[in-house]
Design a protein around this ligand. Structure first.
Ligand SMILES: Cc1cc2nc3c(=O)[nH]c(=O)nc-3n(C[C@H](O)[C@H](O)[C@H](O)COP(=O)(O)OP(=O)(O)OC[C@H]3O[C@@H](n4cnc5c(N)ncnc54)[C@H](O)[C@@H]3O)c2cc1C
Length: 417
């Protein structure tokens, strides 16, 4: 099947940028135009900095390929975050990210971002009895920390989804779904309206620090700046003078059907929640604004056995919704997730007034928006205590290639069965 990214093909935020052909000076240079880079650019420009953001294409990375589930927190239950980081740091990160959907949806409202936002909530669906225990635990831990959630039983879950496959679900009514590429492009448009210079087809090839300035070279220009943010997450192209970010690259793919016929629309996610399940080889499903059903799972569509993944997706549709028979698949695409060993995003200090942010481990819409804003505020104030996690001087991710191969092999084997 020819791969086509639904979000690109149906994008409503029409904005493009020229490439940079001259040398310039700016306060802050940002490399990478995903949620992190665009959110940082918007926030920095609103706070009075002159900002230059470069990328090959805005939303080229994970931000233009993802599922579009705008969720609170990280993938892990909050107690796990507190046990990894220690109580104080864990509480601080959990507190910051519980409000991340509010930040995302308020930016969408403020800048009238045309991203088909639907704040009908998300459902974390228990695929087994064990999965049910998992969501009960999350319900308890998250509710104790102030989140407004509902634990739905099997029947209530069936009513919301239109599928009898789940043992129950955790409903977060403050979460929602978006077209992620349009959200990213809308952030870039908003940043531009505050004077951010955004350039596409402009790739950083070399970085140097000279006399307290950062010099970023591209094929046709040099950008001189006092402050630097690397926001390239899982899509970093090699840059001379910069150690590559360390993470395990996990592939996630999605397929989208043709629009469901009107008689089926009422019986499949009638309220439009975004869903994902508790399985260790996780899957996700949601509708888009035109009622296409989108199914996602761990897996790479770029290798010879990738048909296994798309065939699994077809079977998954029929297993979840047996009344949908032989529906055509219109789109399929995949993207790279930057997974860290402890699944906590990292902020790396690169030197004077410079950070790299990466490793959202599959939860990057809220966190990327939040971290981008927080890092830009820290660059202005110099106050690192305002960051959601303590910055590191060094980060290593051992055996990342082996782990990535193991995850892809496991997902392929699971999708074959
Ligand atoms: C398939 C998939 C599904 C996902 N689903 C969800 C979800 O439902 N909900 C959720 O919250 N998160 C989800 N995520 C995670 C989320 O998409 C990412 O965490 C988020 O997009 C990271 O944003 P970012 O801005 O840090 O990086 P990216 O969006 O990856 O942007 C990095 C940018 O840097 C640019 N770049 C790299 N090198 C250079 C260079 N040398 N010069 C110039 N530019 C460069 C790239 O071109 C790219 O555009 C998903 C991720 C994937 C891949």
């Amino acid at each position: 099947m020819h791969q086509k990214n639904l979000w690109q093909e149906t994008s409503k935020e029409k904005i493009t940028f020229s490439n940079l052909k001259k040398s310039i000076t700016t306060d802050l240079v940002i490399i990478g135009g995903g949620f992190t880079g665009c959110s940082a650019a918007l926030s920095a420009a609103k706070n009075g900095l002159s900002v230059t953001l470069i990328d090959q294409k805005i939303g080229y990375g994970g931000s233009g390929r993802n599922v579009g589930l705008v969720n609170a927190g990280l993938w892990m239950p909050p107690e796990k975050v507190e046990s990894i980081l220690g109580l104080d740091a864990g509480v601080k990160l959990n507190k910051a990210l519980v409000t991340a959907p509010d930040l995302v949806f308020s930016l969408i409202d403020d800048y009238e971002i045309n991203c088909s936002a639907n704040r009908s909530g998300t459902l974390h669906c228990a695929h087994s009895e064990k999965g049910l225990e998992d969501i009960k635990l999350r319900f308890k831990q998250l509710s104790e920390r102030g989140a407004e959630l509902e634990l739905l039983d099997k029947q209530q879950t069936q009513q919301r989804i239109g599928s009898s496959k789940f043992f129950g679900s955790l409903f977060n009514k403050k979460a929602g779904i978006i077209n992620p590429l349009d959200y990213c492009l809308g952030l870039a448009r908003a940043a531009k309206s505050y004077g951010v210079n955004i350039y596409e087809s402009t790739i950083a090839t070399d970085i140097q620090s000279i006399n307290n300035d950062w010099l970023v070279k591209t094929a046709e220009s040099t950008i001189k700046a006092k402050m630097l943010l690397i926001a390239t997450n899982a899509y970093q192209k090699p840059i001379e003078g910069l150690n590559p970010s360390k993470y395990t690259s996990v592939q996630y793919f999605q397929v989208a059907t043709k629009a469901l016929p009107l008689d089926l629309v009422k019986s499949v996610l009638p309220n439009g929640e975004g869903c994902w399940d508790t399985a260790s080889v996780m899957s996700s499903f949601r509708l888009d604004a035109d009622n296409r059903l989108i199914i996602g799972g761990i897996g790479n569509l770029g290798h010879s056995a990738s048909k296994i993944h798309t065939n699994w997706a077809r079977r998954k549709i029929e297993s979840l919704f047996p009344h949908i028979k032989n529906i055509d698949i219109e789109f399929s695409w995949h993207g790279r997730i930057a997974m860290t060993g402890d699944h906590i995003p990292k902020i790396l200090r690169l030197g004077s007034n410079a950070y790299s942010v990466f490793g959202y481990s599959g939860r990057g819409i809220g966190p990327g928006t939040y971290f981008g804003k927080a890092v830009s505020e820290c660059l202005i104030s110099g106050d690192e205590t305002s960051l959601p996690v303590d910055p590191l001087d060094y980060y290593q991710e051992p055996f990342s290639k082996i782990k990535a191969g193991f995850i892809e092999f496991g997902a392929t084997a699971s999708h074959l069965l």
